[in-house]
Design a protein around this ligand. Structure first.
Ligand code: KIV
Length: 335
């Protein structure tokens, strides 16, 4: 569905995309999906029925983030790395999509986020940008794309907007990143900060462990949050920190905080989509809520396919191309 302005909707009967008939009645705002007999080509009859409310949503910007914080409306964010996932998520109405460097682990199969490159990140950013039209798109700057020098940091941040079609970048770290953040925001590139458990520092942190648990560490994290705000970040991810600390930080800074394993007191929430969908089976962090079990669903689908092929139950007649009898007879005469 493109921007919903084309008024496509999903049939509750067959889970199929439709375009609204030009004469259809009903305002665009709040029009409920309904069944239609004029189906577009291509069926997806095995897909579970989906309905959603069509509304006049607008492109989410960094300003929308700020307004949501001011109104006390939670900001929703998810990670995506490919076109179809971004498209479905965008249609579901997510405020923001992060092309996270978690790509390294949940898609590319690395042990941690360190190996993923700028080229890999940009490749996936472009795919996501083709699928998502309304969500604020944030590209995650990979390890060593912003740490070595401020010049490299701003150049690489720029590539996320120019080549990756992102709206903003995210980078990890506190006081040690202030200079880079100033220069990047000075170039007109919105920056999302990231404090607490910063996975690119996994070796320095001694593993993927919660942060800010002592009074001293919590004070340092609050100071860093204030510094990031002052340096020009439009928002801040807080990962794996005590809920009461995240709530305090959210109250003390004027930019929105986006929590992951940081409790309900943040201004918004983000999850790694492969965790939420139950698609990444190596481990599940304690703070993840699984909303589906795609790993089992895929196992079942693949097993059924193998069974069908082995039993010659697939392809059936409807999956095969027919040839006219006269053409067939003509061929037989020729050979
Ligand atoms: O890379 C990522 O997915 C992230 C989120 C966990 C915030 O940084």
């Amino acid at each position: 569905m493109q921007l919903l302005t084309r008024m496509q909707y999903v049939s509750p009967k067959r889970g199929q995309l439709h375009q609204e008939h030009p004469n259809a009645s009903g305002s665009h705002q709040g029009l409920r999906a309904k069944a239609d007999s004029t189906l577009l080509e291509g069926t997806m009859s095995t897909i579970a029925p989906v309905t959603f409310t069509v509304s006049q949503r607008k492109k989410v910007t960094t300003r929308t983030f700020q307004q949501k914080k001011e109104r006390g409306e939670p900001i929703t964010m998810l990670t995506a790395y490919d076109y179809p996932t971004a498209q479905v998520m965008d249609q579901a109405g997510v405020d923001s999509i992060l092309v996270g460097d978690s790509l390294a682990m949940v898609v590319l199969g690395y042990e941690n986020t360190l190996p993923v490159t700028m080229e890999e990140m940009l490749h996936h950013c472009r795919a996501v940008s083709r699928g998502a039209k309304l969500a604020l798109l944030v590209g995650d700057m990979p390890f060593m794309s912003y740490q070595a020098s401020v010049e490299e940091a701003v150049r690489n941040a720029g590539r996320f907007l120019k080549e990756g079609n992102m709206d903003a970048v995210k980078l990890e770290g506190g006081r040690e990143r202030i200079e880079a953040i100033r220069v990047i925001t000075g170039a007109g590139i919105p920056v999302m900060g990231h404090l607490g458990l910063t996975p690119q520092s996994v070796h320095q942190l001694g593993g993927f462990r919660a942060q800010g648990k002592t009074a001293a560490a919590a004070k340092r994290l609050l100071e860093d949050a204030l510094l990031l705000e002052e340096a020009g970040c439009f928002s801040l991810v807080l990962e794996s920190v005590p809920a009461r600390l995240a709530e305090l930080v959210s109250q003390r800074i004027s930019i929105p905080t986006i929590g992951i394993g940081a409790g309900v007191g943040c201004d918004g929430q983000v999850l790694v989509t492969h965790d939420l969908l139950g698609l990444f089976d190596r481990f599940t962090p304690r703070f993840v809520k699984k909303y589906a079990d795609f790993h089992s669903a895929m196992q079942n689908a693949f097993a059924s396919y193998l069974e069908d092929v082995q039993a010659k139950a697939f392809p059936a007649e409807e999956h095969s191309v027919d040839m006219a009898e006269d053409e067939w007879q003509a061929l037989l005469k020729e050979i």
